[in-house]
Design a protein around this ligand. Structure first.
Ligand code: BES
Ligand code: MN
Ligand code: ZN
Length: 516
């Protein structure tokens, strides 16, 4: 994403091709509350637009848009009026809904320079201009996403029209806040798109070692705030990461365990040990064939995206560092393929995990929880006490919330609630699921401390497996993102394919936990 942002208090310098104007239901073009700058721009076009609105029946419902092709009194070619619903019911959610529709319409108009005005007019209780600007910039970036496909000009591919500039007209008093909001919004949107890129990359390109290279590159670009350590096979053997190594054993690609630690500049001079206050563990299976329990009937078609959680972990720490949040954050990714060959691990194998618990392999396709078990033990050995894991863990989670929301499973309700609240504040739908103890015994087996697949409900028993490794002492939440990490349809600001679900949740969570 290359586009630039700017702010001005002077509508006369408005140099955009498409202007986006939010309007509340029934208040079309009533600019009471809009700043002077906004008024001047919109009044120039108000009469014609008002007539068009009544002719077309545009009411200003949330998500409704009306394109007004302006006359030469206005610098912008097109004005996209977008509905925000009733003012009395206005919320951050209704603003996001209207904004998404407006930006998508601007995209279909092939807009390159988009402008926003009347921020004051659309702001609702509790949301300041800074937050609005952040939302606008992050959504513009997310909606501008183009998949990193490998179509060529030779094959007849024409370059997509991209947003080049985002311009906000605001009143002088809020200029600085708005500029700050735009900056942070862009950083967040860019990281969401990075997570999408990683998950959309084919498995022949994004191998475990390629993922390690990405982690190193993110650290290098952080200006010294992120330190990256990559553990290779020898080190993994030494630390006893036998579950990760077992999953990896059928692959010709060696595994990698990446540990990224972000330390805010403000904390640079304290001599505390490198313990993170928030740890993000992301499932990083770069391809899941199922292993000996091989996936059939096209079940592996999307399994290049089984590293979505790891991509989100990497993108989230990148965003948190870009924002300079005052909190130490670690991201851990245990990257491997799950493949089939003569050295693959087998159903019935018994393995000793890094943590010491023994595991009987019930199904080699339940590999994610094995990699997470060792990754979580690794984080615990660093002294970390607040762990969020994100994983495309079970197909069963789609039976619960479809492709709309993710399920959260945790061992301490307070922490789980704060993760859910952070997610919902970003319109990333997350539901806390019960972990009734009656489910726990599903992972029992005669042969070992536990087995890696324990029947129904599949997502909960999987969570119980991971919980055995997280233990009860530390805060731990597991997000099963198998339904939302990628979709075969567009939804809200997400394109088809990888969504980057979780990046915005993690940034919001880190913000809540950070000391200011
Ligand atoms: N990566 C899959 C889960 C998955 C399925 C993610 C579909 C996204 C879309 C995971 O490793 C898996 O295979 N899970 C099994 C577990 C079972 C063998 C206990 C599943 O869900 O069927
Ligand atoms: Mn699997
Ligand atoms: Zn998997």
């Amino acid at each position: 994403m290359k586009f630039s942002t700017s702010t001005t208090t002077n509508p006369a310098v408005l140099a955009v091709d498409t202007l986006l104007v939010g309007v509340f239901e029934g208040e079309v073009l009533d600019l009471v509350g809009a700043g002077e700058a906004a008024r001047a721009v919109i009044l120039a076009t108000a009469n014609a637009a008002q007539r068009q609105a009544s002719a077309e029946g545009f009411k200003g419902n949330a998500g409704e848009v009306m394109v007004h092709f302006s006359d030469n009194r206005l610098a912008a070619k097109n004005v996209v009026f977008f509905g925000l619903g009733a003012r009395a019911k206005a919320s951050e959610a209704s603003f996001r809904k209207g904004l998404t529709a407006a930006l998508k319409r601007a995209k279909s108009l092939k807009a390159e320079q988009i402008g926003f005005t009347a921020l004051d007019a659309v702001s609702v209780a509790g949301i300041d201009n800074r937050a609005l600007a952040e939302t606008i910039a992050s959504y513009a970036a997310m909606i501008d996403y183009v998949m990193n496909h490998q179509k060529t000009e030779k094959g007849g591919h024409k370059k997509e029209v991209r947003f080049k500039k985002l311009h906000l007209i605001v009143d002088a008093a809020t200029l600085e806040d708005v500029a700050a909001g735009l900056n942070s919004g862009f950083a967040i949107g860019k990281s969401v798109n990075y997570a999408r890129d990683l998950a959309n990359l084919p498995a022949n390109v994004l191998t475990p070692s390629a993922m390690a290279k990405h982690a190193e590159a993110v650290a290098k670009a952080s200006g010294g705030t992120i330190a990256c350590t990559v553990h290779k096979t020898k080190a993994l053997k030494k630390m006893g990461a036998n579950l990760l190594l077992a999953v990896s054993s059928g692959s010709s690609q060696p595994p990698r365990l990446m540990d990224l630690l972000y330390t805010p500049v403000a904390a640079d001079h304290d001599n505390k040990p490198p313990v993170a206050e928030l740890t993000i563990v992301g499932k990083s299976v770069t391809f899941d064939s199922g292993g000996i329990d091989i996936k059939v009937n096209g079940g592996s078609r999307n399994m290049k995206r089984d590293m979505s959680g790891g991509g989100v972990a990497l993108a989230a720490i990148q965003a948190i560092a870009a924002l300079g949040l005052n909190i130490k954050v670690r991201a851990v990714m245990a990257a491997t393929e799950n493949m089939v060959d003569g050295s693959s691990y087998r159903p019935g194998d018994v393995l000793k995990s890094m943590n010491g618990l023994t595991v009987e392999i019930d199904n080699t396709d339940a590999e994610g929880r094995l990699t997470l078990a060792d990754a979580i033990e690794y984080a615990k050995r660093q002294g970390d006490k607040n762990i969020v894991d994100l994983a495309t863990l079970t197909g069963a989670v789609k039976q619960v919330l479809g492709d709309v929301g993710a399920c959260a499973f945790g061992n301490h309700d307070d922490f789980t609630s704060s993760v859910v609240a952070a997610a919902m504040s970003q319109d990333e739908k997350l539901l806390a699921m019960p972990m009734w103890e009656e489910y726990k015994s599903a992972n029992n087996t005669d042969m070992a401390d536990l087995k890696n697949s324990g029947g129904m409900p599949g997502s909960t028993t999987a969570a119980y497996f991971i919980r055995a490794f997280a233990g009860e002492e530390i805060n731990w939440v597991h997000l099963d993102i198998a339904g939302v990490a990628f979709r075969d349809r567009e939804l809200g600001p997400d394109p088809r394919g990888a969504t980057g679900f979780g990046v915005r949740t993690l940034v919001a969570l880190a913000r809540r936990m950070a000391s200011v």
